[in-house]
Design a binder for this molecule. Sequence first.
Ligand code: UDP
Ligand code: MG
Length: 355
Amino acid sequence: MNHPAPLPLRPGGPALPRPALSVVVPAYNEQEVLPAFHARIVPVMEAIGLPFEVVYVNDGSRDTTLEIMLRLQATDPRVAVVNLSRNFGKEIALTAGLDHAAASDAVVVIDADLQDPPEVIPELVAAWRRGFDIAYAQRRVREGETWAKKATAAAFYRVMQRIGGRVQLPPNTGDFRLMSRRSLDALLSLREQHRFMKGLFAWVGFPSVAVLYDRAPRAAGTTKWNYWKLWNLSLEGITSFTVGPLKIATYLGFATAVFAAFYAMQLIIRTLIWGNPVAGYPSLLAVVLFFGGVQLMTLGVIGEYLGRIFNETKGRPLYIVERHLPSDAAYRQAISVPSGAQRVAESGTSGASAA
Ligand code: UDP
Ligand code: MG
């Protein structure tokens, strides 16, 4: 499905020891924070006492993120790097990292910007050791976020809770979580293009538990989200999660039709009793505009779903890997890392043309 530079097969095949834990870190333009992130996650993981790897996914960054990752990978045998051919967006970068996670026991998903404190990971691991397949970190407070973002996030979770039905999204929960190998395998069997990860995590099921933590403001760099992107994420969440809006369109159309019928009846009766002195031009226009609006809206709702069906039917791979450097020192020596010049040329062509 993906076409990384040809890699030699693992000499020992499955006999090579696999790390028990994989930490998957998607990163897009995170040069300011990545070294600090690595310095902070390594002692936390070492303290857990299980063999681990850190899988960095470079999501088509335009800065030196890839160079930093390659440097980390060259100096630390526990680092794996997946370099995508362009910017695919966080949800897909995350999927790419999960696909390449070698862990035999569990994976941890965490943001590179240190907003998800690595110090919570031991608690997630503890919950997993108690027998939970999924331990998700739930935010206690949202520091460093405007009240408007908090309010829109709260409204979004309320709507999702209403329409979610059997599959319920835990509120104030991001992608920061631990998943057991079997729940990860279940998640990876879902290959849809429109990946609303929170919805997919919830759909998979398995015994889950929340671990509360305080979310810190970004350590460095800037958020990649703006309101337009958040709006699109919400649309993605709702349309990939439920066909509820299609029903809303039906009911809205039905309600306006009923209203129009009563309105027309009232008009007829009035005309029969009092005649029709002046033709009601404004009201006519209002009605026409109203129905025009309702029709466009319902068409738009259908279009949202149609567009998603279109994207799914193309059956494209979710992402293209430019390069995959696995963790494991012995194996890594067999792979020749492209020279700096070649690397720049390659990453230069990875511009997000279709992002
Ligand atoms: N990210 C990514 N691809 C993108 C945008 C973001 O891999 O196109 C990564 C980013 O580097 C970070 C994580 O996703 O590690 C969360 O991004 P961000 O901090 O911008 O989002 P927020 O914390 O505001 O939800
Ligand atoms: Mg962030």
